[in-house]
Structure formats: structure tokens, C-alpha cells
Design a protein. Structure first.
Ligand SMILES: [Zn+2]
Ligand SMILES: [Zn+2]
Length: 124
């Protein structure tokens, strides 16, 4: 069953509607996500389609990887591995409830103070 979600950036200049295959939630603690977001990055990896309104800027953070953000306020909106669907920001959603953490990326670079993020999942 697919899920419809809506969201946008901090200033409201960018809005989106998306369809998700499921309610899975991924957290990434790689050094790039930490620098861009001042903490672990939570995204939705099962996006099947997105409609955007407003100006989304992109930054190529490494070969084959784009990061989308609001051109006005800088809010992070997605992480995109080229050839796959963009993974939307969980924090940008209007309704953030009802998701389940299923995927823990780059926990080797997660700052020790963030241990609480994965504590309920048994990740050391
Ligand atoms: Zn904005
Ligand atoms: Zn990352």
C-alpha cells in the first residue's frame, strides 16, 4: 500500500507532495550529513514520486550524489543518489508520525553523544 505525504521547507517557499512505497525511515550519521544538518539525517528511502512547488537548489556533495535544499532558507529537502529516487527529508514533512526506523547508515561516524538515536534498536 502506498502512502501520500506533504511537506515543505522552513520559510514555505518550497512545498512538495510525494508518494511513498512504505513508512520506512533511514538515519545517516556520515560526516557529510552531520555537516549539512548539524546532526544525523533522517530521510524517507521509499519515494515513488514527488511533485515540487518552488525553487529547489542542489549541491553535488560527492560523485553521483546530490543534496537538494530550499534556495531561500537553506532547509535540506532531499538526498539523491543518481539513478534512484530522491530520499526526502523526514523533518520537512507536515506529519512526521507513523514511521519506523529501519535503516542505520554510517553509524561508525556517529558522535558518541548521539547514541540515544539508535538505543531502542539495539545498535551499539
Ligand atoms: Zn525555504
Ligand atoms: Zn549521510
Amino acid at each position: 500500500m502506498s502512502h501520500r505525504v506533504t511537506g515543505g521547507c522552513l520559510c514555505g517557499a518550497v512545498r512538495f507532495r510525494a508518494v511513498l512505497a512504505d513508512r520506512s525511515l533511514r538515519v545517516c550519521a556520515c560526516t557529510q550529513c552531520l555537516r549539512q544538518n548539524s546532526g544525523p539525517w533522517f530521510d524517507l528511502p521509499s519515494v515513488q514520486g514527488i511533485e515540487w512547488q518552488g525553487a529547489v537548489a542542489t549541491y553535488r556533495s560527492s560523485p553521483g550524489h546530490l543534496r537538494g535544499f530550499c534556495a531561500t532558507c537553506g532547509s535540506t529537502l532531499y538526498w539523491h543518489r543518481e539513478g534512484q529516487s530522491p530520499a526526502l527529508s523526514h523533518g520537512a514533512l507536515d506529519d512526521r508520525d507513523g514511521f519506523a526506523l529501519t535503516d542505520f547508515e554510517h553509524q561508525d561516524t556517529r558522535p558518541d553523544a548521539y547514541r540515544v538515536v539508535a538505543a531502542t534498536e539495539g545498535v551499539a
